[in-house]
Unconditional design. Structure first.
Length: 144
């Protein structure tokens, strides 16, 4: 059995770790860092931004070379993004297929979990939602 002091120490340790994680570990949604973003996309993005600025400074004309350049840069930029995103999903499919064909369960599930969000996020343990009670239940379970 744990004493109240030991329980308090465990809860304090958990709380300290959670606070440190919240302060120093960046939290981003899945897919935030696009590994497929490359120098070509940076160049196309800069060209699209510059041509849009020039178009605005010229009074937003609708039928002259400035407008056509803006549309062209914007179109190339969007097309390249779509191609990169498509290639990313094809890579996922190929990785999953290869792991499945090699009958490598570990690699398959690691690839699956890295590509797709988990739907079931546990918000309660054994009917309890209070973090203190949950911590006590874990302590009791792992002490046995």
């Amino acid at each position: 059995m744990l004493t109240n002091i030991q329980k308090s120490y465990i809860l304090l340790s958990v709380s300290t770790l959670q606070t440190a994680a919240n302060m120093f570990v960046p939290k981003c949604r899945k897919g935030y860092f696009r590994f497929w973003w490359d120098e070509k996309l940076h160049t196309l993005e800069d060209a699209a931004i510059d041509s849009n600025k020039i178009w605005k400074d010229a009074g937003k004309p609708r039928h002259d070379p400035i407008f056509l350049r803006r549309q062209s840069c914007k179109s190339q930029y969007r097309k390249q993004i779509r191609e990169k995103e498509k290639a990313e999903s094809e890579t996922y499919t190929n990785d999953l297929h290869a792991a499945l064909m090699l009958k490598n369960n570990t690699a398959f599930w690691q690839c699956w979990q890295s590509k797709f969000e988990l739907q079931n996020k546990c918000s309660q343990v054994d009917g309890c939602v209070d973090p203190g009670i949950i911590a006590d239940k874990f302590v009791q379970h792992f002490l046995q």
